[in-house]
Write a protein of this length. Structure first.
Length: 286
């Protein structure tokens, strides 16, 4: 088992948003540990190409299932389709998410509805569908990718922050319901990780001087604590910091970890007036 932190051989996993930046990194981590994957996403050609890459690299005959998470009917059929293809379902990773950023006073109903439907409602439907077979098998691992924005908030992302905070609360509650059945439910909350979805936000942040790191040292964080941070720039390696965290929560011997929300030490500045950094909950400072 070369390059394996732990062994997931014989286990199966459904990963949503599998071909994206964070999703693809998680898939690589799970496949490297021996799991067989059902890759879900909305782009068939991209999924097919990524599946072939995983099969060539790790084997295991991974499969792809196209699913639009904004379509309730498709969401309801995703878990049964994965089980029919894989034979069983040991791991569910709720990774897919979208953004429709806008200030609250300008946010349209469809911008709010779209984010809640994909980021929160679809995750609920998938967890509900996966619960029965996992309880019957008395084993299961559910991991949802949330965001530090769900705890800190972020201007222009009231819908996204609400969905991610709701996902954390939902996971903690479900984790308590399923704990006695051998099923764990956990979250991984990345900070700013540069992916195709987050790049537009990065451009907006640069335009508002959000990346003026000197403002942080002059703000509520002392210079000493600022220089003790492990990184002073956004994480530019898509998903590397959260892929191993997510994969570890799928490990069979990780049964004692449930209802957790692991924050990854990247961060999003929360600007106050005049471009000064506001308080931000950062894992590295706690």
């Amino acid at each position: 088992m070369e390059n394996r932190l732990f062994d997931l051989t014989g286990m199966t996993a459904l990963v949503t948003g599998a071909a994206g930046g964070i999703g693809s990194a998680i898939c690589h981590a799970l496949a490297q540990q021996g799991a067989r994957l059902a890759l879900s996403g909305t782009n068939p050609s991209k999924l097919r190409s990524f599946r072939e890459e995983l099969n060539d690299t790790y084997g295991h005959d991974h499969v792809e299932i196209t699913c639009d998470l904004s379509n309730t009917e498709q969401v309801e059929h995703l878990v049964p389709a994965a089980m029919d293809t894989l034979g069983k379902l040991d791991i569910l990773v709720n990774n897919a998410g979208i953004t429709r950023d806008n200030l609250a006073m300008r946010m349209k109903d469809d911008e709010w509805d779209a984010v809640i439907r994909v980021n929160l409602e679809a995750a609920f439907r998938l967890m509900r569908a996966a619960t029965k077979p996992m309880m019957k098998a008395r084993f299961g691992r559910i991991v949802s990718i949330t965001s530090v924005v769900g705890a800190t908030g972020n201007p222009g992302q009231i819908n996204y922050a609400a969905a991610k905070a709701g996902l954390v609360g939902m996971s903690k509650s479900l984790g308590q319901e399923l704990a006695t059945r051998g099923v764990t439910v956990n979250c991984v909350a990345p900070g700013f990780i540069r992916t195709a979805m987050s790049c537009p936000m990065a451009r907006r942040m640069r335009s508002t001087h959000a990346f003026r790191w000197d403002a942080w040292a002059k703000g509520p964080i002392s210079a000493r604590r600022w220089h003790s941070l492990p990184r002073r720039k956004p994480d530019t390696s898509p998903g590397r910091r959260c892929m191993s965290t997510a994969a570890w929560r799928c490990y069979p011997d990780g049964c004692w970890v449930r209802g957790s929300d692991a924050e990854i030490g990247a961060f999003i500045p929360n600007l106050g007036r005049n471009g000064e950094a506001g308080a931000c909950r950062v894992a590295a400072l706690r």
